[in-house]
Design a protein around this ligand. Structure first.
Ligand SMILES: *Cc1c(COP(=O)(O)O)cnc(C)c1O
Length: 370
């Protein structure tokens, strides 16, 4: 038996979640977002599971080149585009599709004589104020882009939503109105604005292309939401095992700083997982884990390699028992709330020390618990 932590990746869940995107946005093409190592799930394996998507998107050119070298031949969009001519030539050679978001990138494209034109999207800043051409100047930039000999005909217009996770924030409607206005003025055909939250909750953002990220991995992007609200299935289950079980006495203080004191004589388990594996150090006492099928709360601070859990609700728990930190049976959204962060950060943050294995988590856990 292997006692170390592992992330089990369920590719049937990924395919199921892509199907849920299709159902939610039946008239749109799907550009599935797999930046940051497929949100921590493994870039190449997630790309292979997403054969049913119309395009894949990554943040940077090197991520896209990894996929080309692995044999992925479909449409690959680079959301941050290129920054110097060597990178631009490599992008063209690998048939990448570039998102153009700045004057510098327009100049770079204008200065380069590419053997074959590259497909592009123009990024419009409709209110997030991160990258993109501000909406009141974007139509001009679009016309400039269209005239460059290095650019393939009919670029699309893309914008990104800043607050779509919050149904009470009207910025999403305003951003959508602004993108439509630019499209009208510029005469662009293909529009893309929806991220996962747009796909699930904002029908007016489901345009020619949608760009699901988090949803593909079975996680809800909505404030206070859970993937199961939308019939999504978690793609990642982070698990480990109990490596010690001790009976402590009333008054014993647990872990670094001794911040948690046993209120009575009680069994406490130690799980082989910690912030060195990507488990959030800010997950406080009370954050749940699953020991077998039962919930047990963390007690005391998260260490680099271990956490302690209160086993009073888990009679019979012993060394070697499987422990789920998030995923199957325990939503990562809930752990993120306990740790004061977002699910995105947790799944992206699993460290290279953790083995990532393709498997059907439900079956693996059943066997581990048997
Ligand atoms: C990351 C990203 C997405 C996906 O967002 P989710 O909230 O994970 O669905 C879409 N578009 C752009 C430009 C992104 O950077």
């Amino acid at each position: 038996m292997d006692f170390g932590p592992r992330a089990l990746i369920d590719l049937s869940a990924v395919r199921h979640n892509l199907e849920r995107v299709r159902q939610a946005a039946p008239a749109s093409r799907v550009m599935a977002v797999i930046k940051a190592n497929g949100y921590g799930h493994g870039l190449v394996r997630i790309a292979a599971a997403l054969g049913g998507a119309d395009a894949l998107a990554v943040a940077r050119v090197p991520e896209a080149i990894v996929l080309r070298r692995a044999g992925f031949a479909g449409t690959l969009v680079v959301l941050e585009g290129c920054f110097e001519s060597g990178e631009l030539r490599a992008a063209a050679e690998h048939h990448l599709t570039l998102v153009i978001h700045s004057e510098e990138q327009l100049r770079l494209l204008g200065a380069e004589r590419l053997a074959r034109p590259v497909a592009c999207w123009l990024k419009v800043d409709t209110g997030m104020h991160r990258i993109g051409f501000r909406w009141d100047r974007a139509a001009n930039a679009y016309r400039t882009l269209c005239e460059l000999p290095s650019v393939k005909a009919s670029p699309g217009l893309m914008s990104h939503l800043a607050s779509a996770d919050d149904l009470a924030d009207d910025l999403t409607r305003e951003q959508t109105r602004r993108l439509h206005a630019v499209a009208g003025e510029a005469g662009a055909e293909a529009l893309s604005i929806a991220n996962s939250a747009g796909i699930l909750c904002w029908p007016e953002t489901r345009r020619d292309w949608v760009r699901p990220g988090l949803m593909i991995y079975g996680i809800s992007p909505m404030l206070g939401g859970r993937g199961s609200d939308w019939d999504l299935r978690p793609a990642m289950t982070l698990m480990s095992r109990l490596i010690a079980v001790t009976r402590l006495k009333a008054g014993d203080r647990i872990g670094y700083g001794g911040i948690w004191t046993c209120p009575e004589d009680m069994p406490v388990g130690v799980v082989a997982i910690g912030y060195g594996d990507g488990y959030p150090r800010h997950a406080g006492s009370g954050t749940p884990v699953l020991v077998g099928r039962r919930r047990a709360p963390i007690v005391g601070r998260v260490s680099m390699d271990m956490i302690s859990v209160d086993l009073r609700g888990c009679p019979g728990a012993g060394v070697g028992d499987p422990v789920v930190l998030w995923g199957e049976g325990l939503p990562v959204e809930e752990i993120a709330e306990h740790a004061g962060t977002i699910s995105y950060e947790l799944v992206c943050g699993v460290t290279s020390r953790v083995d990532i294995l393709e498997s059907d988590a439900a079956t693996v856990l059943q066997e581990a618990r048997a």
